[in-house]
Design a protein around this ligand. Structure first.
Ligand SMILES: [Zn+2]
Length: 233
């Protein structure tokens, strides 16, 4: 077997930084999720793992609670970019099982230039890249975020979240999405406002279909509890 250069490079990195479970930090012999976390994760099922908002169907492998919530917060707010790789594997499996053959390109929800500068990366892009490695492809930069609006997580209610994202995304210059079926990757689906607004831009640009794929969905019936906890943080 001929090793690809990125395989060699990843092997080198593993020597320096051994793979760790993204949920508990346990050092592993190969990238992935430790057995204890794999058993305990708040997984969605084919029955409750979909959310359709304003005509956009989204799916996620996990509910946004416990270790899933802690890991996504670490990815977004504590610079733990390394967790994106094993989370991408969860995304790839979820999409293969629940959206088989339903998309022909992958794109990430963009962040503003200002946010990218302060965070150093777009967490959704890292997740999309990690998922795409399982399909030997790369995500396309189909969308731009043109306004540095307040973070959705800090807003008080769904109405404020919908208002906050209206008109903040554009098709990236020179991108043609006409007739294409896009898998749109983000970290969390709460109200679905961000994904819906991105999907609207893609459909206005001629996309034939758009599906949302996130690491976690907020459990609908417990949304208010999470909202209260987020306010306390
Ligand atoms: Zn673990």
């Amino acid at each position: 077997m001929k090793l690809r250069p990125d395989t060699l490079w990843n092997g080198f990195l593993d020597l320096l930084f051994p793979p760790k479970c993204p949920f508990c930090g346990a050092v592993l012999t190969r990238p992935g999720i430790c057995a204890a976390c794999a058993d305990a994760l708040p997984r969605t099922s084919d029955r409750d793992g979909f959310r359709t908002v304003r005509g956009l169907t989204c799916t996620a492998p996990l509910f946004y609670e416990g270790a899933a919530r802690d890991t996504l917060l670490a990815l977004k707010f504590s610079g733990r970019a390394s967790v994106a790789e094993p989370l991408g594997a969860l995304l790839a499996t979820c999409a293969a099982e629940r959206l088989p053959g339903m998309f022909d390109t992958v794109a990430a929800v963009p962040i503003s230039r200002e946010r990218r500068r302060t965070r150093g990366y777009n967490q959704s892009e890292l997740l999309a890249e990690a998922a795409c490695r399982h399909w030997d492809t790369r995500p396309e930069r189909l969308l731009l975020k043109i306004a540095d609006n307040p973070a959705q997580s800090g807003l008080p209610d769904a109405a404020a979240r919908w208002k906050n994202v209206a008109g903040v995304y554009r098709l990236a210059p020179g991108r043609d999405v006409s007739g294409r079926r896009v898998l749109l990757v983000d970290d969390i689906c709460t109200t679905g406002a961000t994904l819906c607004e991105c999907a609207r831009v893609l459909r206005d640009g001629g996309a034939a279909a758009v599906y949302g794929l996130t690491v976690a969905l907020t459990p609908a019936e417990r949304k208010t509890i999470w909202k209260k906890r987020e306010t306390i943080r």
